[in-house]
Design a protein. Structure first.
Length: 166
């Protein structure tokens, strides 16, 4: 697969997850959830913009500026997670859990795509794909944390909060 094919496939993944987050903004009634999903949708849109611009540059055989690939979700999402410590109303939890489960699946799928693409690339394209992989891994972590909290699984950042056996 050449670089343009990788970018075109990446666009499919990024659009799919962005669209899920945008639909969540319309579906979820909780403002905290809306702000987190909006931040994630905006971040995915920035990936789409980067990839579309990158495709144009590749077509012109010009260099892609990897430094312009950014992910700014951390502050907004971290604030949203902190606010989620206040209990989400029970009637909203079902929608939140469904969206988070779907989002986690798509983020994992997207992350796997970037990992495989990294393994099959080299040079500057590989560096850029590695950066995308890191960003998507962060998205997986963020969504997992939210899902753990929403489901009351007792896990926080993939660690058991308290163990009654000890």
């Amino acid at each position: 697969m050449n670089s343009q094919d990788i970018f075109k496939n990446a666009l499919i993944y990024e659009r799919k997850i962005r669209d899920l987050y945008l639909s969540a903004v319309d579906t979820i009634d909780d403002d905290r959830g809306k702000s987190i999903f909006k931040a994630l949708a905006d971040d995915e849109q920035s990936h789409i913009d980067f990839l579309e611009h990158g495709l144009d540059l590749l077509a012109q055989e010009r260099e892609i500026d990897i430094e312009s690939l950014k992910s700014d979700i951390s502050p907004v999402v971290d604030d949203g997670i902190e606010q989620m410590k206040d209990r989400i109303p029970e009637q909203m939890l079902g929608d939140v859990k469904r969206v988070l489960n779907a989002a986690l699946g798509l983020e994992i799928e997207t992350s796997r795509f970037y990992k495989k693409a990294c393994e099959n690339s080299q040079g500057p394209i590989r560096e850029m794909l590695e950066k995308f992989y890191e960003i998507e891994q962060r998205h997986v972590e963020v969504v997992q944390v939210q899902l753990d909290y929403a489901t009351g699984s007792g896990y926080w950042f993939n660690f058991m909060e308290k163990d009654m056996e000890d």
